[in-house]
Design a protein around this ligand. Structure first.
Ligand SMILES: [Zn+2]
Length: 493
């Protein structure tokens, strides 16, 4: 008997526009794909929010006992500046501007991406494939789509024929758009494009002579289209039809719409049963945007070195803040909001820290089994983490009452309460039990957290000289690292 037999999840499926009872294709197994970052710049905080939400989904599915294969890719080629298949490849452009190899760009920002995610206590995905590692699979997919008559070649580039596809299939099934409206709303081609229609999208692009990232294909030396990469990588590892596909709301159209079209055109079946989309992150009530300056990157938020926030916030406080909203709501990042979350976070940690010292009684004044099911009900309702947190606070209140002698728990209930609090707080929400002293009121904690993470990475790479150096240099500055069974904490002299 697994937990998932008793706990049935409802998932809001973008495809149907409603919550549906989750039923995996194979009992006990879940295949989940989430579109990863294009590694041409430091990871955007909005993307961190998306990946954080799916980290929670991954954690909850695992907690229920599912064997989850979670695939999150790295886009290291083919993502053009403009969705309409024009402009430069983002990575090639960065390489040109910085006068380095495209693969140096990829390496630098992949490392940054992993460091940030580790800092936020993400679980690594089961597989993290790269687009450049799957060129052959992408060429094979293009051949299938062409053989089925849904793509055409012009001057060495291959385009998906959206109009032809829409005669037999529904282009717009996910984003609820109609091709007629799209035609009406797109500007006519200016004669520069090889496409038959502006709605068509590139499966393969012929590389210009100066383009470094290029691979041989039956059509030209070139590179794959961005939408195709995800179809190739998701279906290779999860099958032609798999359970869950996630991503940010901004990827719904055209990216995910194109993924569906490609799969249907190549394999004659829809690729995904449940489409999940995480909503956007705003900063002080407005969209984050580099051009308006209303933006903060993850390391600035952690270090406190920014113009928007009064202090540094610990990674777990930011995780807690994120979990206090549904993944489907717009989340507005504000200093007041983070301060309130920090208070709430420590209220919860204080209660959890009390659990070990509570003395059991012969009776319980708190129905722990009922409360536990309410926690599951919250998460089963489309991963409703804000409701879960409300239940965790309810338990925290009772824990404090037991400590003060105003309430009681039997030893059995106390054990169940401990187990459930720990499971939801640490395993599912991915929080780390840090003390207030560690966060401080200054910018120190974020920076030290980052160093602790770098030291862990160094140890994982068997670079003990570097890991010792980080520990010793911090010690020389009065910051002691303490390695415990739950990770590394720090104290200051
Ligand atoms: Zn994708």
């Amino acid at each position: 008997m697994h937990l998932y037999d008793a706990q049935k999840i409802q998932i809001y499926n973008t495809l149907s526009g409603q919550k549906e009872t989750f039923k995996p294709i194979e009992d006990g197994y879940v295949g989940m794909y989430v579109c990863g970052p294009t590694v041409y710049s430091n990871v955007h905080l909005g993307n961190v929010r998306t990946f954080m939400s799916f980290d929670m989904v991954f954690r909850y599915l695992k907690h229920l006992g599912y064997k989850v294969r979670y695939v999150r890719n790295i886009t290291d080629a083919g993502h053009l500046e403009n969705d309409a298949d024009v402009g430069e490849d983002k990575i090639t452009k960065k390489a040109r501007l910085e006068q380095i190899e495209p693969m140096e760009v990829v390496q630098r920002y992949t490392v940054d991406f992993h460091n940030i995610l580790n800092t936020f206590n993400f679980l690594p995905p089961s597989i993290e494939p790269t687009a450049t590692g799957h060129i052959i699979e992408q060429i094979e997919l293009i051949k299938m789509i062409m053989d089925n008559g849904f793509a055409y070649e012009v001057n060495g580039s291959v385009y998906f024929d959206v109009h032809k596809f829409n005669e037999t299939n529904d282009y717009g099934v996910l984003s609820k758009r109609k091709l007629e409206d799209l035609i009406h709303n797109t500007r006519a081609l200016d004669g520069q494009s090889d496409k038959k229609n502006p709605q068509d999208f590139a499966l393969w692009k012929r590389a210009e002579p100066q383009h470094i990232m290029r691979w041989p294909s039956p059509w030209s030396d070139g590179f794959p289209g961005w939408h195709l990469e995800c179809t190739a990588m998701s279906t290779k590892y999860l099958g032609d039809n798999f359970d869950i596909h996630g991503g940010g709301m901004d990827l719904k159209f055209p990216h995910h719409e194109c993924e569906i079209a490609q799969s249907e055109a190549a394999k004659g079946q829809t690729p995904v049963n449940y489409w999940m989309h995480a909503n956007m992150l705003h900063l002080n009530g407005q969209r984050m945007s580099k051009s308006t300056g209303n933006t903060v990157n993850p390391s600035e938020l952690l270090s406190g070195d920014n113009a928007f926030f009064s202090k540094a916030y610990a990674p777990s406080v930011i995780r807690f803040f994120n979990a206090q909203s549904s993944y489907r709501s717009v989340l507005d990042l504000t200093d007041d909001g983070l301060l309130a979350s920090e208070k709430g976070f420590f209220r919860l940690m204080d209660a959890i820290n009390l659990l070990e010292d509570l003395k059991p009684s012969s009776e319980s004044s708190f129905q722990v089994a009922e409360w536990r099911q309410k926690c599951y009900d919250a998460m089963n309702d489309d991963f409703n983490s804000p409701i879960l947190i409300a239940h965790l606070f309810e338990a925290a209140k009772h824990i404090n009452q037991v400590k003060d002698g105003n309430a009681s728990l039997t030893s059995e209930d106390l054990e169940l309460l401990k187990k459930t609090m720990n499971a939801f707080t640490f395993d599912v929400l991915g929080l780390v039990n840090i003390s207030k002293a560690e966060t401080g009121t200054d910018k120190l904690s974020g920076a030290v957290e980052l160093l602790i993470q770098l030291r862990q990475d160094a140890r994982a790479n068997k670079d003990f000289a570097l890991s010792d150096k980080i520990r010793d240099e911090l010690a020389a500055k009065g910051i002691q690292l303490n390695d415990g069974k739950d990770g590394t904490t720090f104290t200051t002299n």
